[in-house]
Design a protein around this ligand. Structure first.
Ligand code: AMP
Length: 471
């Protein structure tokens, strides 16, 4: 049966650079935080499309020898993370196929909410699927389209999709990128000038990918827009009428890197403002402000600036956890969290601490962190969350568990406080979240905080089922 995935991903595309696959590798390296499970690159030299993908981190998969096998001036890339049961290589992207429109590769960030229905219909009509990811549905729709050109077939396919998609396609002689009409997930557009004045076009989930390769951020691919870059140059066209904008607010709260500009706004600015509003709304009688790294750092800086309490990095994160660390056979209490974080006792001992994080999901990690800070000598722990309570799952590309597993969907703030063992607990209000991201025009999606989904969700029961029991 079709296993509906919730994936977190990063995408990248480049056209017109002699070392396209190497720059894609660097782009994906900067987007590694958006997915650490598998990565892939497809390149075209104008004749052939080649594709390499594997499980693991970008830097592990793409050795110089592997990149040498990906020649050409065009490439697309993908990093992927999924917690749904099936984590096999078969679901790694890009997907690359030969069809009546020629050879084409695709990479996708987001979730197509009607993928299950589309897949059922396609299967009834004879389509054969290899993977369980919803991205494959797009390729089947493209292949079946009566439109003669690839761009036409893509337009045809995308008009049948619902939900969230930022897509990058690679054909023999062009790249095509597109964003769903609501603009749930980001997709930035940039360029770099090569010797001789040639312009190379780049696209990425986040602008931090442009910084690494020396590209300039121009603007975003608009919701409902398709951008084609081929031998004839660049064309931008609207393939679907504009819908209500619904940019994912969680990109600003947690998911994107603070050095990125997402939906045209610096993430760092949003995060600091989240912290400032949090300090105004939920002050605490404390000695210092401590972030849960890395997700709470920028908000904690904001909290500290607003409250005047000193900012101290009293939890140190180990960034070098590979996939192959050796676990002791004897269970060590809270091993997973200890592997990642260690407290600085000299800063915490005897102190009253404001501990800042971006969210409480199930509450289990948060409790371990609170216990860790307490064991390091903290006298009082005031947990402050730089977003409202997470009460509803995301169906648009962020990996949140089902409602029954979301602690804030089922318990009051006081109950959660008791569960995580904090002395006080406060969340940011919705009004302040809106202010922090400057959402004057109501362009963001807040479904995970409000339960109001900006699109109609067909088969909601299917989407709500726990992931492990699907498939
Ligand atoms: P817990 O309290 O166990 O539910 O976990 C909360 C922690 O998970 C926080 O430190 C968050 O930064 C982190 N977190 C929140 N959302 C996500 C997500 N979609 N993927 C991975 N980690 C997340």
């Amino acid at each position: 049966m079709f296993d509906k995935f919730r994936e977190e991903c990063g995408v990248f595309a480049i056209q017109g650079h002699p070392e396209a696959s190497k720059l894609t590798y660097l782009g994906l390296y900067a987007l590694q935080h958006r997915g650490q499970e598998s990565a892939g690159i497809a390149s075209s030299d104008g004749q052939e499309i080649r594709c390499t993908k594997d499980m693991g981190h970008v830097a592990e998969i793409f050795t110089p020898a592997v990149l040498n096998e990906l020649p050409g001036e065009m490439a697309i890339g993908h990093t992927r993370y999924s917690t749904a049961g099936d984590t096999v290589l078969l679901n790694a992207q890009p997907f690359s196929v030969a069809c009546n429109k020629g050879r084409v590769a695709v990479a996708h960030n987001g979730n197509i909410t009607n993928a299950a229905e589309l897949r059922r219909e396609l299967e009834m009509e004879g389509s054969i699927f290899q993977a369980s990811s919803d991205t494959e549905v797009i390729l089947h729709l493209v292949a079946r389209s009566r439109e003669r050109t690839l761009a036409g077939a893509l337009r045809d396919a995308m008009l049948q999709l619902e939900g969230a998609f930022s897509l990058v396609f690679l054909a023999q002689d062009r790249i095509i990128v597109a964003r769903d009409p609501h603009g749930f997930r980001p997709l930035a557009m940039g360029q770099m000038e090569l010797s001789g004045g040639r312009i190379c076009h780049v696209f990425a989930s986040e602008t931090c990918a442009f910084d690494l390769i020396g590209a300039v951020y121009l603007n975003d691919v608009e919701p409902g827009e398709m951008v084609i870059v081929g031998p004839e140059g660049i064309t931008r066209e609207r393939y679907a009428p504009a819908a209500e904008p619904a940019h994912c607010v969680f990109e600003h709260v947690y998911f994107s890197r603070p050095d990125s500009i997402v939906f045209g706004r610096p993430v760092q600015e949003s995060r600091e403002m989240l912290g400032r509003w949090l300090a105004r709304e939920a002050p605490a009688p404390a000695d210092l402000v401590v972030p849960v790294p890395d997700s709470g750092v920028a908000a904690a800086i904001g909290y500290s600036s607003e409250s005047g309490l000193p900012f101290r990095q009293a939890l140190i994160r180990n960034h070098y956890i590979g996939r192959t660390f050796i676990e002791p056979s004897q269970a060590i209490r809270d091993f997973g969290v200890k592997l990642k974080l260690n407290p600085v006792r000299s800063l915490l001992d005897g102190k009253s601490v404001v501990l800042v994080d971006d969210s409480i999901v199930r509450g289990t990690t948060s409790r371990k962190i609170v216990r860790m800070v307490r064991q390091a000598g903290a006298r009082e722990i005031h947990l402050r969350i730089s977003g409202p309570p997470t009460i509803s799952p995301c169906f648009y590309g962020v990996d949140t568990p089902v409602k029954s597993e979301l602690i804030a969907a089922n318990q009051s703030v006081e109950e959660i406080r008791r569960f995580v063992e904090a002395d006080t607990l406060a969340y940011l209000s919705m009004a302040s979240l809106r202010r922090a991201v400057s959402d004057d025009k109501h362009e963001f999606c807040y479904a995970c905080y409000s339960g109001n989904y900006p699109t109609e969700l067909i088969n909601i029961e299917e989407l709500m089922r726990p992931k492990t029991r699907r498939g």
